[in-house]
Design a protein around this ligand. Structure first.
Ligand SMILES: [Zn+2]
Length: 429
């Protein structure tokens, strides 16, 4: 194994330090540590060092939609965004609802080697919402599945949701809910509000999300189980989660970068690049989500990276697919929305994008401090860089970034996975 000396980096945005990586582990972090003979040296003067980022919500599309993304391209995009682990959502084809499919995804992730891939198992067979999948077999498989989600669809049947929450208790699992009351969102095209009225598009009311979140918090409390709420998008949802947490219930939540930065005003362009589920909301919602991420009511940032081929996005609004890419821009958007606004420091970013998602996702080798003896998973980031987002340069197979053309701060310079560089000089290593 190789040894790396990362000199002059600023761990969590603090004073400069040297970080030495030996045999996949951080062997020293501080000033004045002697560089071992034969070590490779990376001058990281001025760069922020953070623990490798962890995404709880990535759509890698393989198996089934390799025209949109593969595990190879999606995990390379993740590494270029500073991630060392991603949770792969279950809505593939075939659906990740068996030990066999989840093990296949896990193995393909290991072969690609750009970051760790932790499969998420489906809650219901085929995501059909009628019968629970075999959680136990997925949990006992080589993939060691702990997070279960029908993401893309809501587990709307309350009895099924209760049983799922009961079932995962046996192996400390968590149900990650896509909160969308289906009857309240039939035909919905964008956030219900002033903008939807003006544009004449069918509205997607906040209550459709909030009603499910309230119900599921109550169910999780009733059975004493762990609930994680995917992509929270409304101010009302934040209030419900704050209340559930005040009761000491085992409820956690995530917010996407796009919901921290963009609003439903963008839909006026009718450009489907802004079509996403849950929809972009109002400036009031964005402010509430930022405040909730800052005070910890929302535990973490998760990308909901949702690649789609051109033919599914560059079409008319009503028939275009929901979703946006996000792995390669997540940290930059969080700097823009949270750090440069003074809402969160770099230690807070490390907590919300690495430590907490690792705990929620039950990953023991990620989200650890940058300290001796810890796994050498880290990202080096230049907060002073500034450039326009150009999806043509992205490693993702898809180009549907809502940040295209937008000037954002920051650049990932290097990513290390267990002491091995996956990204150097901002490029695949
Ligand atoms: Zn979702």
């Amino acid at each position: 194994m190789s040894t790396w000396v990362i000199s002059g980096a600023r761990p969590l945005g603090g004073g400069p330090a040297d970080i030495i990586l030996t045999d996949g582990t951080i062997s020293a972090a501080g000033s004045g540590a002697a560089a071992p003979r034969g070590a490779q040296v990376l001058d990281a003067t001025g760069l922020i060092a953070l623990p490798g980022l962890v995404d709880l919500h990535t759509h890698l599309r393989e198996p089934g939609r390799e025209d949109a993304e593969t595990i190879e391209t999606g995990t390379l995009a993740a590494a270029l965004g500073g991630f060392t682990a991603v949770h792969a959502m279950a809505n593939t084809d075939p659906v990740a609802d068996t030990a066999g499919v989840t093990e296949q995804i896990w193995r393909l992730g290991r072969q690609a080697g750009h970051c760790d891939v932790q499969p998420v198992g489906a809650v219901t067979v085929g995501l059909a919402g009628s019968r629970l999948a075999e959680f136990g077999a997925m949990a006992d498989s080589a993939a060691r599945v702990r997070v279960f989600s029908d993401d893309g669809r809501c587990v709307s049947d309350a009895v099924l949701m209760r049983r799922a929450l009961e079932y995962v208790k046996a192996f400390d699992g968590v149900i990650a809910q896509h909160a969308q009351e289906p009857r309240l969102t039939e035909g919905a095209q964008m956030n219900e509000g002033v903008a939807s009225g003006r544009l004449g598009l069918a509205g997607w009311p906040a209550v459709a999300e909030e009603a499910i979140i309230a119900r599921d918090c109550l169910l999780a409390a009733h059975v004493g189980s762990a609930l994680h709420i995917c992509h929270v998008s409304t101010a009302g949802s934040v209030e419900i989660i704050r209340w559930a947490k005040s009761k000491g219930w085992r409820v956690t939540a995530e917010v996407t970068p796009h919901h921290l930065l963009l609003t439903d005003d963008l839909v006026a362009s009718y450009d489907p690049v802004y079509k996403v589920n849950p929809p972009l909301r109002t400036a009031t919602d964005v402010a509430a989500l930022r405040a909730a991420l800052a005070d910890g009511t929302i535990d973490c940032v998760a990308t909901d990276h949702a690649p789609h081929p051109v033919e599914d996005k560059e079409t008319e609004w009503a028939v275009a697919a929901h979703g946006m890419t996000g792995l390669e821009t997540a940290l930059r958007v969080v700097q823009e929305a949270m750090v440069d606004t003074g809402l969160l420091g770099w230690a807070g970013v490390a907590d919300r994008m690495s430590a907490r998602p690792a705990v929620i996702g039950r990953l023991t080798g990620h989200g650890r401090p940058l300290a001796p003896g810890e796994p050498a998973n880290l990202v080096l980031y230049d907060p002073a860089a500034r450039s326009a987002v150009d999806p043509a340069t992205h490693a993702s197979r898809s180009r549907n970034s809502p940040f295209a053309g937008m000037t954002l701060p920051g650049q990932v310079i290097a990513t290390f996975l267990r002491g091995r560089p996956t990204v150097l000089d901002g490029k695949p290593a």
